[in-house]
Design a protein around this ligand. Sequence first.
Ligand code: A3P
Length: 302
Amino acid sequence: MSQTQPENPMKSRMEQAKEMKDEEKLYKRDGVLYSSILSPPETLDKLKDLEAREDDVILVAYPKCGFNWMVGVLRKIMNASTGKNEAPPDRPPLVEFLPPDVQQKLSEMPPRRLLGSHLHPDNMPASFFTKKPKILVVFRNPKDTLVSYFHFMNKNPVLPSAEPWDKFFSEFLAGEVPWGCYFDHALAWEKRIDDPNVMIVMYEELKQNLPMEVKKISEFFSFPLTQEQVNSVAEQSTFNAMLENSNKSHSNMGSIFFRKGEVGDWKNHFSEAQSKEMDEIFRSKLAGTKLGAQMKYDIYCQ
Ligand code: A3P
């Protein structure tokens, strides 16, 4: 074994991205854009072999809906429940970022594994559904998700710049962004909303009452926590607490992942016409659905 510490895999991929032209950073597969560096075809091909376990902790979110927030919450819940204080691994738990050899080694990981994905459910490893692990899905209102995505693409060297705003606005609505269309993802989860192995939580509700949501999440995954532990996880998972710790948890990407953490920042970005355009799409796709109701669009997007 080498004496030297292996280079952080995410850092070296960031370096690789700096050498690339914007137009090389994404590629299309079955109509959906993916990062050429983080999710090359061989990585996505290999996902079909991934064997989920019934006791896996699966976290799913469309990009910018609060994935990293929930990774932090879940790791803290798991540590509190096992009494261990496991250091976070050096890469995010997104399965579509794991090169084939790393995916292969997942079978050696002791239970319970935390696995995540931004993929549309149809493109996830089939065993995420056949083995019936519990799946936590995070959603966020589409207006703030779009704003967060815009800033993220402009700051993340792995992804092309999203400028100008009006162009990105149209691309988001058309699903011409990495991982595809927000509304397609939402409609796919709407179909699974009554599955007892699926729990959908909303970013805005997490902001509103984090301790209550932490309790719900820990119970869903059968991690018994005392009220004191629930409160402590919530206190360590506020935006400010996570931003402060982000140098450790996300190295130089900390301030990129933990940008503002607010509800309603869309009001600082959307024109009147853009707001109406999004309302129209929401009405045609999600109004009258259970997930649409859970989003409380009229409160958070009007
Ligand atoms: P903003 O860009 O609006 O600030 P993801 O992790 O899925 O990429 O989502 C990132 C978004 O979640 C960012 O939104 C980020 O600030 C927000 N976020 C991260 N941690 C948070 C926390 N503890 N509380 C509230 N928002 C948080």
